[in-house]
Design a protein. Structure first.
Length: 385
């Protein structure tokens, strides 16, 4: 079986699909990742063959073209995040944004598919070039989710923006035969769309572990991770606030995993804080007692898989919704990024109810089917069983 992965740019869209891609390869099937921008190199570093279907497209310009023209990007991201949280779904503006990106990718995607002849197309959520290409090729499509929403009308909504792309490639506008993959614990999913539940399997790229990460922690340890975007977007103000609060909890060690490339030289760093570059998040979380993050799906699901209480500091996109889901299920706390205190962090570490709820969610995740167990179902859906 040949499986084409049609992935939007951004590692948050790519990384959740890597375990399934490798499960397919391990079962003897062929996989090709069709994406653009930073996801091309990230797919290659994951050991997957990849092609750039839109090498000349300015993806950043397409993604940031929303909100009022003179609106601050931070404010625009918060506004769209508030809408997602209140509606428990994506606003039309988000479909418009991702449809622009999808339209920029679809011609290269179709050309790649015509050469490579896939049996099925797996695409990231809101990536409309995948379903369009599936319709052109006469094969089914599978939407690979990365969060907590399942809605049966998503494909119809974003494909309305793709009518010119259907027409360019001689296909009737509308969804192909398709289903979805849901990676969040079933008890936490919102909406009523169809799909296949699968265990979330963390993937954050490989990395060389520092010695301290392979040694037992000498006391409580808290991971602080803000994704690939928040420290830039918020100009490190969130980092400064969490640093100040962490200094008020000297009995715990706080590991700030901010990745590489952040200038932290001007920050006041308490003695119980350690900065680290890029390390695989699941390896760090395995040594921790709690986690502080921005509410991105990868961080949320990684912490759930590790069975850890979570403090969410949402900034935009689906982060506000994710924070509500976590607090609603008793596995986490939420705070405004500018209002984190030592008391908040101490409660995160000591609240027994949070810890028990997190343990139960981990058990629920461990009971789900693995990506390897999904391979046969995908083959049957593609008519290749």
């Amino acid at each position: 079986m040949r499986v084409l992965f049609a992935i939007s740019p951004g590692i948050g869209h790519l990384f959740p699909t890597v375990p399934l891609a490798w499960a397919l390869r391990s079962a003897g099937h062929r996989v090709l990742v069709a994406t653009t921008d930073d996801s091309v190199g990230a797919a290659a570093r994951a050991g997957l063959p990849a092609v750039d279907v839109a090498p000349d497209v300015d993806v950043e310009a397409l993604l940031w073209d929303y909100g009022e023209q003179d609106q601050d990007p931070v404010e625009a991201a918060r506004d769209i995040g508030a809408v997602i949280a209140d509606a428990q779904g994506a606003p039309e503006s988000l479909f418009e944004i991702f449809s622009r990106v999808s339209d920029a990718m679809v011609d290269g995607m179709v050309e790649t598919a015509r050469r490579w002849r896939p049996d099925v197309i797996v695409h990231s959520i809101l990536q409309a070039a995948g379903p369009v290409t599936a319709k052109v090729m006469g094969v089914p499509a599978v939407e690979h989710g990365f969060g907590f929403l399942r809605h049966r009308d998503y494909a119809e909504r974003y494909l309305r923006h793709m009518v010119p792309a259907f027409e360019r490639h001689g296909a009737e506008p509308g969804p192909p035969r398709m289903t979805s993959i849901h990676v969040a614990p079933p008890s936490m999913m919102l909406g009523d769309g169809p799909g296949w539940p699968v265990r979330y399997t963390p993937y954050h790229q490989g990395g060389v572990l520092p010695d301290w990460l392979t040694e037992p922690a000498t006391g409580p340890r808290v991971a602080v991770t803000l994704g690939t975007f928040v420290p830039h977007m918020a100009e490190l103000t969130t980092v400064e606030r969490v640093l100040e609060a962490a200094g008020g909890v000297p009995e715990a060690e706080f590991v700030f995993a901010l990745g590489d490339g952040y200038d932290t030289g001007g920050l006041t760093v308490p003695g119980n804080v350690r900065f680290t570059g890029w390390v695989p998040l699941d390896e760090l979380l395995a040594t921790c007692d709690a986690v502080v993050h921005h509410g991105g799906c990868g961080s949320v699901l990684g912490a759930l898989t590790a069975g850890l209480p979570q403090l969410t500091l949402p900034h935009g996109a689906d982060q506000f919704l994710n924070a509500r889901i976590l607090t609603g299920h008793g596995v986490g706390l939420e705070a405004d990024p500018g209002e984190v205190t030592a008391d908040t962090l101490r409660r995160l570490l000591t609240d027994a109810d949070l810890r028990e709820a997190a343990r139960l969610k981990r058990k629920e995740i461990e009971a789900q089917a693995t990506p390897a167990e999904l391979v046969g179902r995908l083959a049957a859906f593609a008519g290749r069983a």
